[in-house]
Design a protein around this ligand. Structure first.
Ligand code: SAH
Length: 413
């Protein structure tokens, strides 16, 4: 056990406002240079105070992270030690117990949504008896063993995978890797069997440790039902289909035809495997095979080239187009372009379901981009529904970055 006294870090005057309101990120520029000299070089817990010496929070200090301190506990009585990790993780799982009760239909959902659940740099998804931890910060990597052991104790999964998010490996000085734990113990890497799981009674699968870092996007679970409710007898374009989750829901709801477009060959191969799985299990009717068409293409090009009036329901679910604030303007132009093409090419009375998963793009910005798109396309649109991330991806108000998925279903007149 580390017996050394806890170091103290002072925040520059005026830089404490967000932190006092429980925003969890302290960047290097907010810290008094003099107090940086007194902190040990090894990462660890520090006491963070304002320029007058009043306690703000305890946080994890790590000079190798692009966020110098990650605040964990704003209660002076609660030091965020190993036990804090156990309790915070347990509480996050406890808040989601109702998801386990509907597991016949849906057994994949998010157990931990990072900072929104007070655990920095870690997202944890469950897929039936497999759990996947996606790590995007050094502090979560350093605490992965307590995370794995707590998951094992509470949920007894067959396998826990711990994988580092390639987007953050550079800025967090982490290796790109996937670790596999069985019974809470690290096992040597080996080809694992496929994981099969369910959402809305439809089956999906993935091969751990291969392909896309995320097996499945469960943040769109509720939206898949909302959008599919419009699919009956429509000709649908599922743009950025990934492995087909929107497509399958729309086929199940009686879409006349679905065209799934994605640029990734492995994603489309997985789509084909999953389609066969669902037909085989009687979850989709046999004619779903004929109603679904797959195109490997760049969506922007596909939308430009396609004939007008081919589709009367278009889903636009692009990947994150803005990773930083500086990329927001460019992303807005791309969102506008996508929506303009969809509006121009849609039938009158057609429906567009459009999404953005960039946290820097606010709901208002997305709505404005759609308004510009409609103006350029010389069509009127009516918003029918406003969509967001599923409730297992909660939005913590003191951490606005946790709201990232925004969407609209609109009608083209
Ligand atoms: N709608 C999907 C998730 C989409 S994720 C679901 O519900 O599961 C975004 C997808 O966009 C990824 O599959 C990625 O391969 C694809 N993609 C990224 N850029 C693209 C482009 N320019 N054209 C086509 N597909 C693209």
């Amino acid at each position: 056990m580390d017996e050394s006294p806890m170091a103290t870090v002072r925040i520059k005057e005026g830089k404490e406002k967000q932190l006092v309101r429980h925003h969890p990120w302290v960047f290097s520029g907010a810290v008094e240079p003099s107090s940086k000299k007194t902190v040990p070089s090894r990462p660890g817990i520090v006491r963070v105070e304002d320029s007058t010496g009043s306690f703000i929070a305890y946080g994890w200090y790590d000079t190798d992270s692009h966020i110098l301190i990650r605040l964990l506990s704003w209660n002076p009585e609660t030091v965020p030690n190993t036990n804090w990790w156990v309790e915070t993780l347990s509480a996050s799982i406890q808040r989601r117990m109702h998801f386990f009760q509907t597991s016949k239909k849906t057994n994949t959902f998010r157990l931990v949504h990072g900072e929104a659940d007070f655990l920095p740099g870690i997202a944890i998804d469950i897929y039936g008896s497999t759990i996947m931890c996606m790590i995007s910060a050094r502090v979560a990597w350093d605490h992965r063993l307590v995370v794995v052991q707590t998951l094992q104790k509470l949920l007894n999964p067959l396998v826990v995978l711990v994988t580092t998010d390639p987007t953050f490996c550079g800025v967090e000085k982490l290796q790109e890797t996937t670790e596999r734990y069985v019974g809470g113990l690290l096992v040597a890497d080996r080809e694992d069997t496929e994981v099969i799981f369910r959402e809305h009674g439809l089956y999906y699968s993935f091969q751990p440790g291969t392909g896309q870092k995320s097996g499945f996007f469960c943040d769109q679970r509720d939206n898949r039902s909302r959008v599919a409710a419009y699919a009956r007898d429509r000709n649908v374009l599922d743009a950025f289909s990934y492995t087909g989750a929107f497509s399958f829901n729309m086929l199940a709801q009686g879409a006349r035809s679905v065209t799934a477009v994605d640029s990734s060959a492995p994603a489309l191969e997985r789509l084909a495997t999953q389609l066969a799985l669902n037909v085989g299990k009687g979850r989709l009717p046999a004619d779903a095979m004929d109603r679904l068409h797959v195109e490997q293409a760049d969506v922007f090009q596909y939308l430009r080239d396609m004939q007008a009036n081919s589709y009367d329901l278009i889903v636009l679910d692009p990947p994150k187009l803005a990773h930083t604030k500086a990329q927001v303007d460019g992303a807005l132009r791309a969102y506008k372009d996508l929506n303009r093409l969809a509006i121009q090419k849609s039938t009158r009375g057609g429906i567009v379901a459009t999404f953005s998963c960039s946290s820097g793009v606010t709901r208002d910005m997305l709505r404005t981009a759609i308004a510009w798109a409609a103006k350029d396309a010389r069509r009127e649109v009516q918003i029918l529904e406003t969509l967001g991330q599923s409730s297992d991806h909660p939005i913590r108000l003191s951490f606005p970055e946790s709201e990232y998925l925004k969407g609209f279903i609109f009608l083209v007149l």
